[in-house]
Design a protein around this ligand. Structure first.
Ligand code: ASP
Ligand code: MG
Length: 404
């Protein structure tokens, strides 16, 4: 019988030391009995950060081509070490940097997008009986006579793995990381939080955009687009089931709410503007975008007297001063206490009513005032004082019985 083809991706913590790389080699070896593996690795934990620091010491404005070459070196190290470990335990492995594996990207250094992967290159290694060990996060871009090393943006090795799985038509992509899946809430805040066995791609995309660090956003997008089954597994408990991401149609019945999450400190700002600015706010927001300030929840309140409106929005707390500066000469009213965004995500919301009402009642009972609300089809977010964030998450988790 033909063995199934699986892409296995190991994150930075999983390959964080020589000992851990040996452990990963054992996982690959034991799974190889029932499947053909293609392996994608991250850099050893902390090493990419160190490379970023070195470049900052060297230059205020590092040359992008050099910066990417420097950052890509982290994955080169873990890839080579893992291949050695596998060879030592009798697995026929071969380390491949992205250019050797045929992973081509566009030409945008530090945020490159994968343009194509030539599947013939990796398959020929598989046909020769090798387990290819591929450096994640990096690519090669050919532009005329120039070829440059590129990287996909921080956390991008998940995206490398899914792209390889899609290109090689693998059965699935297994992401081995330091947690054993996606949870109904952060277990550090809610000890009763449960691991979610199955979740839809769209819910996971919402969670990733809300700051869940488990998977690189683009990897989930890519998996959804090509319907590539994706599993999140723990390297340290590889026999646990983990969380499987799938199409909503393949989930028999999805809970109304799957997960509660919360963001780090943000600052709430309000600016009184003319109706004209409120109606055409592009010029108002442009200076923030130019300073790369991530504006989140935006609410406009029309005013009926003296032609003034209010635009309220949030920015990450560390960008507060920069945002005030960027918006000059507008006078910015800054909400004094830090705020956090608490969100619930669930596919079942589209067909159930009363979800928002339950969330608001729960917060009211806990005496937690809400400043702003924003929603998508499968998400409700509220802005509340950061000091009450953990209480809110716990109360909401209980109200939707996510511990059951
Ligand atoms: N090593 C890269 C980073 O730290 C890519 C990754 O780990 O996914 O961002
Ligand atoms: Mg990662």
């Amino acid at each position: 019988m033909q063995k199934e083809l699986v892409v296995q991706k190991f994150g930075g913590t999983s390959v964080g030391s020589i000992e851990r790389i040996r452990n990963v080699a054992q996982i690959i070896k034991s799974t190889a009995q029932s499947q053909n593996n293609i392996v994608v690795v991250s850099a050893m934990a902390g090493s990419t950060n160190k490379l970023v620091e070195m470049s900052q010491e060297m230059s205020h404005k590092p040359q992008p081509e050099a910066y990417d070459m420097l950052l890509a070196s982290g994955e080169q190290v873990s890839c080579a070490l893992l291949s050695m470990a596998l060879t030592d335990i009798g697995v026929k492995a071969l380390p491949l940097m992205a250019f050797q594996a045929g992973i081509e990207t566009d030409h945008s250094s530090t945020q490159a997008k994968i343009a194509r992967i030539n599947p013939k290159i990796i398959s020929s290694y598989l046909n020769d009986g090798y387990t290819p060990i591929i450096a994640g996060f990096q690519g090669i871009s050919h532009n005329g006579k120039q070829s440059i090393v590129t990287t996909l943006g921080r956390g991008g090795s998940d995206t490398s793995a899914v792209a390889v799985a899609v290109a090689l038509k693998a059965t699935r992509c297994d992401i081995f990381t330091d947690v054993d899946g996606v949870y109904t809430a952060d277990p550090r805040i809610v000890p009763e939080a449960k691991r979610i066995d199955k979740i839809s791609f769209s819910e996971m995309m919402e969670l990733a955009s809300l700051g869940a660090k488990v998977l690189h956003m683009r990897s989930v997008e890519l998996a959804a687009k090509y319907q590539m089954p994706l599993r999140v597994l723990s390297t340290f408990q590889p026999n646990e089931k983990g969380t499987t991401l799938m199409n909503p149609e393949d989930l028999l019945e999805s809970p109304v709410v799957s997960s509660v999450t919360s963001s780090a400190n943000e600052t709430l700002m309000s600016v009184r503007v003319s109706d004209e600015v409120a109606q055409y706010p592009a010029k108002f927001f442009r200076p923030l975008a130019d300073k790369k300030i991530n504006v989140d929840v935006i609410v406009k309140t029309p005013q009926n007297s003296n032609n003034r409106s209010t635009i309220s929005f949030t920015v990450p707390s560390q960008d507060t001063a920069m945002a005030i500066e960027a918006l000059k000469p507008h006078e910015v009213d800054v909400h004094q206490e830090p705020i956090s965004k608490v969100s619930i995500v669930g596919l079942g919301m589209t067909t159930h009513h009363g979800v928002a009402a339950t969330m608001f009642e729960t917060l009211e009972k806990a005496n937690i005032p809400i400043f702003l609300v924003s929603t998508s089809e499968i998400k409700i977010s509220v802005l509340i004082a950061s000091s009450l964030k953990d209480d809110a998450v716990r109360a909401i988790h209980r109200a939707f019985q996510l511990d059951k």
